[in-house]
Design a binder for this molecule. Structure first.
Ligand SMILES: [Zn+2]
Length: 423
C-alpha cells in the first residue's frame, strides 16, 4: 500500500473517532445567526485577517472588503490581490475547506463569492451547529473559552472560564468589580485568594473543563514563588491606589504570587489548568512569553496538578516536548497549531511520538469562531495525524492498530481524561 492510499484510509478511520475539541471560541448559535457573515466576512476573523495585514492589506481596505455593505464583487476586487498571497496559509485553508466540504464549493473566486455567501445564508438555520459540529465534524464536545462562567449548550460545549481577572491586577477598581460580580468583600490579599479558591470550587461543582490563564500575552512565563508578606504589601498599595501597575516590578511580584495561588486553588479543586502558551494572535505581537521553559518552577511546585499547554509553546515546540516528556503533570495541546503551520505540526508530532508518552498529547483545539472553519481546521488536523501515522507504518515503526490507538488517545481519550468528561 502506498503512502497516499494508506494515509487516506487512516484519515477515514480517524474521522470515525469522536473528537474532543480542547479549545474553542465558537459563538452561541443565536449570536452567529444574528451576525449572518457572508463569505468575505469569514476572512475578518483574527487569524485570516492577520495574514492579510501581514501581506500588506491596510485597515481601510480590510474594513471595506470584509464588512458586509458594498456589493460583493466590489469588495472582492480589494480582497483578491492579498488573498492571492495568503490563500495557502493554514488560516485561509481552514475556511476554504469549510466552503468546499460543508457548502460544496471547491474554489473561492470572483465567480463563487456570491453563491458561497448565498449558500451560507441558506444553511445558517436554527440547529445547523448540531449538523456541522456533530454530524459533519464528529466533535463530541468543544471546550469553549470565556471570562467568567456562563452557561452553554451542554450538548455541544463544555465551559472553560478564565482566572485572568483574578491574577492580572491593574487597580483597586478591578477588585471592586470582582466584589460586585461575585458578591464578596475583599480588603486583603488573603481574602482575595479565598475568593479564588471558592470560585474554583464553584466552577468544579458546575462541571467545567478546567480553568484558563493567558499571562503569556503580556509577559515571560517565569513565575517565581514569592513571600506572602511581600505580595500582601503590594496588594495593600493597590487597594490604597498607590500601585505601580501590572507591568511594574511590584506588579510582577503580585502576579507571580497570584498565579501560584490560582494553580494551588485549581489543583485543590481537581481542575485542569490550561495556559495559553505560544505565539500571540494578531499582528506586531512580541514573542516574549512564547517559551514554556520558564514554567518549570511552577510545574515542579504543583506535581499533582494537570497543566495543559494550549498551543504547546509554538514555535518552541521542542521546549514544550521536553516538559511533556519529563513532567508527569504537563500535557501538550496541539490547539491552533495545525493552522499556524500545518507542516510544522506534522514534523513536531512525528518527533513527539518517539519522544513523549502519547497519553500526554491532545490532538486538536479549533481556536476559531465559525463552525465551518472549525470543520476545516479539524480536517487539516486529522490529515496531519493520518500522514504522520502512515509514514510511521511505512517506516515499520508501528502497526496500523497502534496508529489507530494513538489517534484514539490524542483526539478523544486523553482530553476526555484531562477535562474529566465521559462522552
Ligand atoms: Zn484561543
Amino acid at each position: 500500500m502506498g503512502l497516499n492510499t494508506r494515509s487516506t484510509a487512516l484519515f477515514d478511520e480517524i474521522c470515525q473517532i469522536p473528537c474532543l475539541n480542547s479549545h474553542s471560541h465558537i459563538a452561541p448559535e443565536a449570536d452567529r445567526l444574528a451576525e449572518a457573515p457572508d463569505a468575505l466576512a469569514f476572512f475578518k476573523h483574527a487569524y485570516a485577517a492577520s495574514d492579510l495585514v501581514s501581506a500588506g492589506m491596510s485597515s481601510d481596505e480590510m474594513e471595506t472588503a470584509l464588512t458586509p455593505g458594498l456589493p460583493l464583487a466590489q469588495r472582492w476586487k480589494i480582497f483578491e490581490p492579498y488573498f492571492r498571497w495568503t490563500r495557502l496559509t493554514g488560516y485561509s485553508q481552514c475556511i476554504l475547506e469549510g466552503f468546499r466540504d460543508i457548502l460544496g464549493f471547491p474554489e473561492f473566486t470572483a465567480e463563487t463569492v456570491e453563491p458561497i455567501s448565498e449558500a451560507l445564508r441558506e444553511h445558517s438555520k436554527p440547529g445547523f451547529y448540531h449538523e456541522v459540529l456533530k454530524r459533519r465534524s464528529n466533535i463530541a464536545l468543544s471546550v469553549v473559552n470565556m471570562e467568567d462562567l456562563i452557561e452553554v449548550d451542554r450538548e455541544l460545549f463544555l465551559p472553560l472560564p478564565r482566572l485572568n481577572r483574578f491574577s492580572m491586577l491593574h487597580s483597586a477598581a478591578q477588585v471592586q468589580a470582582i466584589e460586585r460580580d461575585y458578591n464578596v468583600s475583599v480588603a486583603t490579599l488573603d481574602q482575595h485568594v479565598e475568593v479564588i479558591r471558592q470560585v474554583c470550587q464553584d466552577w468544579k461543582a458546575a462541571t467545567v473543563a478546567g480553568v484558563k490563564m493567558s499571562q503569556s500575552y503580556h509577559r515571560r512565563m517565569d513565575f517565581k514563588q514569592r513571600r506572602k508578606e511581600d505580595a500582601a504589601k503590594v496588594f495593600d498599595r493597590l487597594m490604597r491606589g498607590n500601585y505601580a501597575g501590572l507591568e511594574s516590578e511590584e506588579g510582577v511580584l503580585l502576579e507571580d504570587y497570584l498565579v501560584f495561588e490560582c494553580c494551588r486553588a485549581a489543583s485543590d479543586a481537581d481542575l485542569t489548568i490550561q495556559f495559553h502558551q505560544g505565539i500571540r494572535a494578531g499582528n506586531y505581537g512580541s514573542m516574549e512569553g512564547c517559551s514554556p521553559a520558564p514554567l518549570a518552577e511552577l510545574f515542579q511546585t504543583f506535581r499533582e496538578a494537570r497543566f495543559d499547554l494550549s498551543h504547546s509553546g509554538y514555535p518552541y515546540l521542542r521546549e514544550g516536548a521536553v516538559l511533556g516528556k519529563t513532567f508527569s503533570n504537563v500535557y501538550l495541546n496541539m490547539s491552533w497549531i495545525h493552522i499556524i503551520s500545518p507542516i510544522g505540526s506534522r514534523l513536531d508530532l512525528k518527533e513527539w511520538l518517539r519522544m513523549v508518552p502519547y497519553n500526554k498529547i491532545i490532538a486538536f483545539g479549533d481556536d476559531l469562531r465559525h463552525v465551518e472553519a472549525v470543520y476545516g481546521h479539524l480536517k487539516i488536523a486529522r490529515q496531519n495525524f493520518a500522514i504522520v501515522l502512515a509514514e510511521m507504518i511505512e517506516e515499520d515503526l508501528i502497526s496500523e492498530s497502534i496508529a489507530l490507538d494513538i489517534a484514539q488517545a490524542a483526539f478523544h481519550d486523553n482530553p476526555a481524561k484531562i477535562y474529566g468528561v465521559n462522552v
